[in-house]
Ligand binder design. Structure first.
Ligand SMILES: [Zn+2]
Length: 236
């Protein structure tokens, strides 16, 4: 009985260690995801700014084309002036030139405005790109560490898991089953000490007869309240 109980205690110690390791592994993965999220957030700001700049540059190109067209119209109209015969026609062309020049002025103003917007966005984009470079560097460095730690964790989990499995196999099947059920249902504590007549797993008092029987080498007993497997520490 003592041998089996010692095996159970060792097994539980190993299982608890495996649980802690799995928890730690989960935290590393969560940190990795958070880092990726942080970088993606800055990356998406840079992307949005770049798209906006492209959109504005496209609009600026269209304005510049419109301006070139109007300037050509002015040039053509001015070229017609010397050959005009009537004053009426002359005035009409002058008016045409005047209108086209006003339009040109408007287009020029709009181009200047676009240039201002583009310059402001370019500055924003440069700042965000610098931030992205910094964040990426930090993230990549930490991600490399995490990947390393995850690799080590996987290896340790594999080794300790195999050790746990072979220990489990040393137990009789029925005891193995009870142990696993208790681990699942009792928060990872299947084996507990009984002390001063009480189960330290659930703190309930044990029937005196049961408690006393724990001091003799009989079968493994379980707590009638929480069903955990009980052991007593013998005073040497
Ligand atoms: Zn109990």
């Amino acid at each position: 009985m003592q041998e089996k109980m010692q095996l159970l205690k060792n097994l539980q110690g190993l299982d608890q260690e495996l649980n802690r390791m799995a928890l730690h592994r989960g935290k590393l993965e969560a940190e990795d995801a958070a880092l990726r999220g942080e970088r993606d957030r800055v990356q998406s700001m840079v992307d949005t700014l770049s798209e906006e700049i492209q959109r504005l540059q496209e609009q600026r190109r269209e304005l510049a084309q419109a301006l070139a067209l109007e300037q050509e119209n002015v040039r053509k109209a001015e070229g017609r002036l010397p050959s005009i015969q009537t004053q009426k026609e002359y005035l009409a062309v002058l008016k045409e030139i005047d209108t086209a020049k006003k339009t040109n002025k408007e287009i020029n103003d709009r181009i200047a405005e676009k240039d201002k917007e583009i310059a402001a966005l370019n500055q924003d984009c440069e700042e965000k790109s610098a931030e992205l470079a910094k964040v990426s560097e930090k993230v990549l460095g930490r991600q490399a560490e995490i990947a390393d730690a995850l690799g080590q964790s996987d290896q340790a989990l594999g080794e300790k898991g195999a050790q746990r499995d072979s220990m489990l196999e040393e137990l009789p099947i029925s005891l193995r089953k009870r142990y696993r059920q208790l681990m699942d249902r009792r928060g990872g504590i299947a084996v507990v000490e009984a002390r001063n007549g009480a189960c330290l797993g659930c703190n309930m008092h044990l029937p005196p007869q049961l408690f006393n029987s724990l001091f003799h080498n009989t079968e493994i007993q379980s707590c009638p309240h929480c069903h955990r497997l009980l052991f007593v520490e013998r005073v040497e």
